[in-house]
Design a protein. Structure first.
Length: 602
């Protein structure tokens, strides 16, 4: 049996040949090792402890369960369960439907996702950033900041109800362009047509992919790759000219500078030389007030395009009429080829000197006459026409309201922000309160650390800090001044706590809000190392050992899962076993597993 690594690498190598048709993919689903890798990838996610429509969770996973799945795939008797729909509230007051698939479906979907990723990842355009390895919102924003400088117009794109309106026939035809395996295609169609259950009522799905399904993101990228390739070809045809023609003022200044520089070596009188040097300096300062290129040059046009999931941003160097034509052409392409509709309320044409919204940031191209000398000592407007990423005061205010740490007051007609106590936290211990505030500050800063004005986050920290003081004051029925006197040491707010190795301490966030540059800071999107995964025996190896980790009985094992390790109290032997090994899983015999759920193991 081939290892999953060799299987996926082989698919990736063939994917580079765009004319290659993939066949016999379905038989990859008979490879047990693929499921072992899939299980290892998905087991730690807390959402797997949420029951699907069949009432089952990932708890109790066993090797025999995987074998049964493979047998059902071999005779094609496998039928996905309808997902359980849950409505998640959005920031705008609306709700987003989220599907919770059955755990068996998640396992197979993860295997299918790995296969599809190996086939398509290498062919996706670099302008696509959503749901891709080593891609994120930050990489999309970094591309915008790098390439959109000098743009005249923004086209903010948003596809109306994208995940719910993906046309199944269009998607299947797109897959068939590269996949020549009807059994594999039928399996994907089964997932698309599985339906969902909401309020105990079954609903059929005639379009869309289930939000929450593991294969939904990769299918969405395959679907919208058509748009990316269309925009690539559209850009090739639209772009015109090598560079802008110079302005009349620019040419006059350049000619004057050349005349003065030619004259300078010939002058021997010091007073005359000083006068010419002063004229050169004055000329330089006046020169930077004028653009070197003609911004109205109709023979120079450019399009820049970036997409993250169903949101995209286009920068246009051209006229507003060009931007309107581009928007209309994209609308017609989506409607005609992909059967999708642009959202009228969210697809806007904005002048780049005004803010456009993209991935929670405000994006604009700023004018600046501030001079700065370059490496050759020449005066330049180094920040003129550069793209500016901005975190707005409104975003900060919304986040503070979301955390419940702010109240608004009005003084002389002006809005004043006042921090307030979070009464819901006063029953937590000191360390939990401090960690909660630190996590929220770091999380908000990590996302908005690309903003050019990220120093504004000091205002966010101030409200959070004094809200924490008031929360501590509410907990101990004291005042902010007394709380600071008790906990502050060497200008740091410190909480001490007891561990087995002695007393330790943690302090309130004080690392500042320096802007991060994704082109230089390679760790900006790194995921933290997981204690549960690092250097540990794999789940499958523990199941294959066939020795219960509680009673030592040899035989068939199942894997007991918990949602979060911190929820265990450590009063029972199996809890102490998991806490000691820092694992959210324990491989036990069926008897011990049943006793754990019945509470019969002390």
């Amino acid at each position: 049996m081939r290892s999953p690594e060799k299987v996926l690498n082989s698919l990736s190598e063939h994917s580079r040949n765009l004319n290659y048709k993939f066949s016999r993919l379905y038989r990859i689903l008979f490879n047990e090792e693929m499921y072992y890798v899939a299980y290892q990838r998905i087991y730690a996610k807390p959402g797997n402890m949420t029951p699907g429509s069949d009432g089952q969770t990932i708890d109790g996973m066993s090797l025999s369960q995987i074998n049964k799945l493979i047998y059902s795939l071999k005779d094609e008797s496998y039928q996905p369960q309808p997902s359980k729909r849950v409505n998640i509230p959005k920031k705008n007051g609306k709700t987003r439907p989220l599907g919770v698939p059955a755990i068996n479906d998640k396992l197979i979907q993860e295997v299918v996702r790995m296969v599809l990723e190996a086939i398509y990842e290498g062919t996706f355009e670099y302008t696509s950033h959503g749901f891709r390895p080593k891609r994120s919102c930050h990489t999309a924003l970094a591309q915008v900041q790098k390439e959109f400088s000098g743009a005249k117009w923004f086209v903010e794109g948003d596809i109306k109800g994208f995940f719910d309106n993906i046309d199944h026939d269009v998607l299947i035809k797109t897959l068939q362009e590269r996949i020549k395996d009807e059994r594999f295609i039928r399996l994907i169609r089964k997932f698309l047509n599985a339906g969902y259950i909401e309020n105990w009522t079954f609903h059929k799905t005639f379009s869309g992919t289930p939000q929450g399904g593991i294969i939904s993101p990769i299918l969405a990228n395959i679907y919208l790759d058509k748009l990316d390739k269309y925009m690539k070809e559209y850009t090739r045809k639209f772009d015109k000219g090598a560079k802008r023609k110079p302005t009349r003022e620019c040419m006059d200044f350049e000619n004057e500078m050349k005349r003065l520089r030619r004259k300078l070596p010939k002058v021997e009188n010091e007073a005359e030389r000083a006068k010419i040097i002063a004229m050169i300096r004055a000329n330089e300062k006046t020169r930077i007030l004028y653009s070197s290129g003609d911004e109205m040059d109709e023979n120079f046009k450019r399009i820049k395009y970036v997409r993250y999931a169903d949101d995209f941003l286009i920068g246009v160097i051209g006229s507003k009429e060009d931007a309107k034509i581009i928007k209309e052409d994209i609308k017609n392409f989506l409607n005609g080829k992909l059967k999708l509709e642009l959202s009228n309320e969210k697809t806007l044409i904005t002048h780049t000197e005004k803010e456009a919204k993209f991935l929670g940031y405000e994006v604009l191209v700023r004018k600046s006459h501030t001079p700065r000398r370059d490496k050759r000592g020449r005066l330049r407007r180094s920040s003129n026409k550069r793209l500016y990423l901005k975190v707005s005061t409104e975003i900060i205010r919304k986040k503070l309201f979301e955390y419940g740490v702010i109240e608004l007051r009005y003084h002389n007609g002006k809005e004043v922000w006042k921090p307030k106590c979070r009464s819901g936290l006063i029953f937590n211990d000191d360390l939990e309160i401090l960690d909660r505030y630190n996590r929220e500050i770091r999380g908000f800063y990590n996302y908005y650390s690309l903003a050019n004005n990220c120093s504004i986050l000091h205002n966010f920290k101030y409200i959070m800090e004094y809200s924490m003081y008031k929360t501590f004051a509410g907990k101990y029925k004291s005042s902010v001044r007394k709380i600071n006197k008790k906990y502050r040491k060497n200008k740091l707010f410190i909480v001490k706590y007891q561990t087995k190795s002695g007393v330790k301490q943690r302090h309130f966030y004080n690392e500042g809000f320096k802007r991060k540059d994704p082109s230089n800071d390679k760790k900006i999107d790194n995921q933290p190392n997981s204690i549960c995964d690092a250097g540990r025996t794999s789940l499958i190896a523990r199941l294959k050992a066939e020795k219960c980790e509680l009673c030592g009985t040899e035989g068939r094992l199942v894997m007991h899962h918990v949602r979060k390790l911190k929820n265990l109290e450590g009063k029972k032997s199996w809890e102490r076993h998991m806490i000691a090994r820092k694992r959210k899983t324990i491989a036990v015999c069926e008897s011990c597993h049943q006793c754990i759920h019945l509470g019969k193991i002390d």
